[in-house]
Design a protein around this ligand. Structure first.
Ligand code: SDX
Length: 436
């Protein structure tokens, strides 16, 4: 990354000593400037304090820009709504990895290269078969993706750009295969191999739903919906799982292990696990007349219940992905003849009431990307336990793009935060006999 020139500075005074410090102010292309505190501890002897990193920029990046107040999401400067409408997931993968939309020849070669990496080592069957059939598929994903580093020794030199790109292609290409196989294993059906004549989304549906007994032709509407959902979930700035991948990668760990760490983080219900939690919540609410009771619980600080699919660390406006997801939801339900899906009716009523509720208005809690995705997946016949797996399949390209950016950044160093220590000060060891 370029060594940025300060545009101005913040002056800070330590009121204990009267000492003042000038902290450089660095401007990005767009969005909040940053106060450069890289020398803060050396100069002041103090750490800054920001649990949850609500006011902390961890890196420079050129990949994704979010304006949470306005509800903007752009991949390499392109609005998510435009990409969802006019582009496709393979083109978005190229854009996230290389920074530009591909021309025809570049796109054809990229799609070919990804397509010809979709198979996984035959030994992977044995890995998956080592799990219980009722294992959560996210547990399988964490385990099997981490194990990929045991298979691909020829692309683990992260200082070698070719190795990094081969590992990146392998990750993007193999995630649908591993995900579909985790699903097939859980329902006792045979693994379906990828087909090179299908698009990325078509092939994923094919590996999920085909059986050896008859030909399977993916619905063009469902394949388009899946492709769009993959695009919407592809990257999202420095979210928890991406930050996990970056900090794992900052130690020089191999890319497959870093992605496995990202999958593990994504699994949490506050993050990528929310789509699964939304469905569980809607089923728990059951009927429209129960909505007020659950909204009351969501507002009760003593009740751990939260309105899943609502709220976001960055978006204090409508998540732009949620709008596209809502539109896609209606298209899929129309295609499947499930327009009157009770869960959709319930979700729309919940959204309507919540958006008028003073608590949610005051705290700027809007539906996020996870609010509608679960309803679409359910309508497509995808089991709830696979919802976050689909999120991981989509987000892999974002993780590898951010990982590459981190490795290529000459200023990058191992991520190692400090702390505010509030434990015991020095004390003498007391022998066991002398303890009460
Ligand atoms: C994703 O970071 C990303 O970009 C993530 C993601 C991506 O693409 O990578 O966008 C994907 O993870 C989307 C978010 C999915 N999670 C959920 O839908 C789970 C429900 N949402 C909440 O858990 C919460 O909104 C978070 C975790 C998403 C955000 O939490 P923050 O930013 O830490 O905010 P907070 O918890 O401090 O909430 C601020 C206030 C609190 O009240 P006060 O303490 O100020 O009184 O809002 C309340 C919270 O109690 N609040 C909610 C709420 N979310 C926040 N109250 C009820 N229901 C909710 N959903």
């Amino acid at each position: 990354m370029s060594e940025m020139k300060p545009s101005s500075s913040f002056t800070l005074t330590d009121n204990r000593s009267g000492q003042t410090y000038d902290l450089p102010l660095l401007d990005g292309t767009v969005g909040p400037s940053v106060v450069d505190i890289r020398k803060f501890y050396a100069d002041t002897g103090c750490f800054t304090y920001d649990p949850g990193f609500t006011s902390t920029a961890s890196c420079e990046s050129k990949i994704t820009y979010i304006d949470g107040d306005v509800g903007i999401l752009r991949y390499r400067g392109y609005e998510i709504a435009d990409l969802a409408e006019h582009s496709d997931f393979m083109e978005v993968c190229y854009l996230l990895l290389y920074g530009e939309l591909p021309n025809v020849a570049q796109k054809d070669k990229f799609v070919h290269d990804i397509t010809y990496h979709t198979m996984v080592h035959e030994q992977m069957h044995k890995f998956i078969e080592g799990f219980r059939r009722d294992s959560h598929p996210m547990a399988v994903m964490v385990g099997v993706v981490g194990a990929l580093s045991a298979f691909y020794h020829d692309s683990l030199d992260i200082s070698n750009p070719h190795h990094r790109m081969v590992a990146s292609f392998r990750m993007i290409a193999k995630m649908p295969t591993i995900a579909a196989w985790a699903y097939k294993y859980s329902i006792g059906q045979p693994f379906i191999y990828p087909r090179n004549d299908l698009s990325f989304a078509e092939d994923f549906l094919h590996m999920m739903y085909a059986t050896p007994c008859e030909p399977y032709v993916p619905s063009p509407v469902l394949a388009r919906a899946m492709d769009r959902i993959l695009t919407l979930h592809a990257d999202h700035e420095q979210n928890a799982s991406t930050s996990t991948v970056r900090i794992a990668g900052s130690s020089g760990a191999n890319p497959f292990a870093c992605i496995a760490a990202g999958i593990a983080c994504l699994w949490g219900p506050a993050h990528g696990g929310a789509n699964e939690a939304v469905l569980d919540m809607l089923e728990q609410i059951g009927t429209k007349d129960k909505i007020p009771e659950f909204l009351k619980r969501a507002k009760d600080k003593d009740d751990p219940f939260r309105l899943m699919g609502f709220g976001h660390r960055v978006y204090k406006n409508y998540d732009p992905r949620a709008k596209v997801m809502q539109k896609t939801c209606h298209e899929v339900l129309d295609e499947l003849g499930k327009r009157d899906e009770p869960l959709l009716e319930l979700a729309m009523e919940l959204e309507r009431i919540a958006l008028e509720d003073p608590y949610f208005v005051q705290k700027k809690l809007y539906p996020n990307v996870d609010f509608y995705s679960g309803i679409i997946f359910r309508a497509m016949g995808i089991p709830t336990s696979m919802f976050t797996v689909l999120f991981a399949v989509a987000r892999t390209v974002g993780w590898v793009a951010q990982w590459n950016e981190m490795v290529e950044d000459p200023s990058q160093k191992i991520g190692r935060p400090r702390q505010l220590y509030v434990g015991d000060d020095a004390r003498k060891y007391v022998p066991l006999k002398a303890r009460a």
